[in-house]
Design a protein around this ligand. Structure first.
Ligand code: F6R
Length: 366
């Protein structure tokens, strides 16, 4: 049932070109400029006219929400807040009619997310679910929603569910932006084509596996890791760090690269591996300076860069190249080598990759 892979996690990492395609099925036809989301019909006008979007989720799903925040604000010009479901539900949040809530959950059973939705519903908000498990509690409590259709995810560490969440949230944002007129037709069409090409780019990113495994061997005994990214790649840094913590039990922190100066820079010495997600996008020049700052303090830098980057490889200790795409879609590609890195480190450390200690696949208690 692991299809020849040693662990479910690795199988699921490798399934991503297919799971993303499955997510497009019946929804996206880029050449015709077609994007339909059957799951949001009755409330599609409410979404288009939303004054505000609140996203609630936990863990990896919360990271998908952070990427969605950037996408919705850029393309749809709707203010977005991303909340940990557990914090939102207990702090008497301001939520009212006209607000749209997205609840993101692989399992569809996360207790805090469910409770946050119930609260928002009781105050008159429209709640839309982005779930993987069909018929789950969260999908039933939502007014409407869009399934991620990534297929069953067995590994406790979420991988293909994350990229499927990004796919769905991107499709929703593009649909809204097109209907609102906040994204010009030409750009809309171009991004649809870029989106349809993501499975090929993810397949290409998977080809870094052997190289990532070699890097993993060099850093498997590290006691700490820092992951840094900016803009769309900031949530990718958080997700990379979470994956490493969960399955390898190495302490890791993800940070927006510019925040480094406000504290984490004190941690950097020649023992400290720092993973930069430094693909070519609008924050490229800024992240290059952040890399210089780390190298000046002798940190060991592993950089995820765009194919053909000729600057960063000369500055850092290790580079991993991934294919380029529109910056809003980059998280789906850039996250792949980070999944592989945590996987290989965990295997080398002999941990239980698919069932890490103390963690459960669905967290049905608060
Ligand atoms: C991370 C992980 C957890 C879940 C979190 C939310 O790899 O598995 O952080 O992402 O427990 O779970 P769902 O998405 O099922 O609500």
């Amino acid at each position: 049932e692991k299809g020849g892979f040693e662990h479910f996690m690795l199988k699921e990492i490798y399934e991503q070109p297919k799971s993303i395609k499955d997510c497009f099925r019946g929804r996206l036809k880029a050449n015709d400029g077609k994007l339909v989301l059957g799951g949001i019909r009755e409330y599609s006008n409410a979404l288009i006219n939303a004054e505000r979007i609140v996203i609630v989720a936990c863990g990896t799903s919360w990271h998908a929400g952070l990427v969605a925040e950037y996408i919705f604000e850029e393309f749809c010009r709707i203010p977005v807040e991303v909340e940990y479901a557990s914090e939102f539900r207990y702090r008497n949040p301001v939520i009212k009619e006209g607000d749209i809530m997205f609840a993101i959950s692989q399992s569809g059973e996360t207790a805090d997310t469910l409770a946050a939705m119930e609260l928002a519903k009781s105050k008159g908000a429209v709640v839309l679910g982005v779930c993987n498990v069909v018929g789950s509690s969260i999908s039933r409590v939502s007014h409407e929603g869009v399934y991620t259709h990534a297929g069953p995810e067995i590994g406790v560490a979420s991988t293909k569910a994350f990229t499927a969440q990004l796919t769905v949230l991107t499709m929703i944002a593009l649909r809204v932006a097109h209907r609102k007129g906040t994204l010009a037709e030409q750009r809309y069409r171009e991004i649809l084509v870029d989106l349809e090409n993501i499975p090929n780019k993810v397949a290409k990113a998977l080809e870094t596996d052997k190289q990532v495994e070699k890097i993993a061997a060099l850093f498997k005994d590290a006691r700490n890791f820092l992951y840094l990214g900016r803009g769309y790649n900031f949530p990718v840094a958080l997700e990379g760090a979470l994956k490493l913590k969960e399955i390898s039990y190495i302490h890791a922190e993800g940070y927006p690269a510019a925040e480094m100066k406000h504290g984490p820079i004190a941690l950097i010495d020649e023992e400290m591996p720092v993973v930069f997600i430094a693909t070519r996008d609008s924050s490229y020049d800024k992240i290059v300076s952040n890399i210089q700052e780390v190298k000046a303090r002798k940190g060991k830098v592993i950089a995820i860069v765009s194919e053909g980057d000729s600057l960063i490889p000369g500055m850092v200790d290790h580079t991993i190249e991934v294919p380029g795409t529109h910056e809003a879609l980059m998280p789906m590609v850039a996250t792949i080598p980070l999944q592989l890195l945590s996987y290989h480190i965990a295997v080398m450390r002999g941990t239980n990759v698919d069932q890490p200690r103390n963690l459960a696949k669905s967290v049905t208690v608060e």
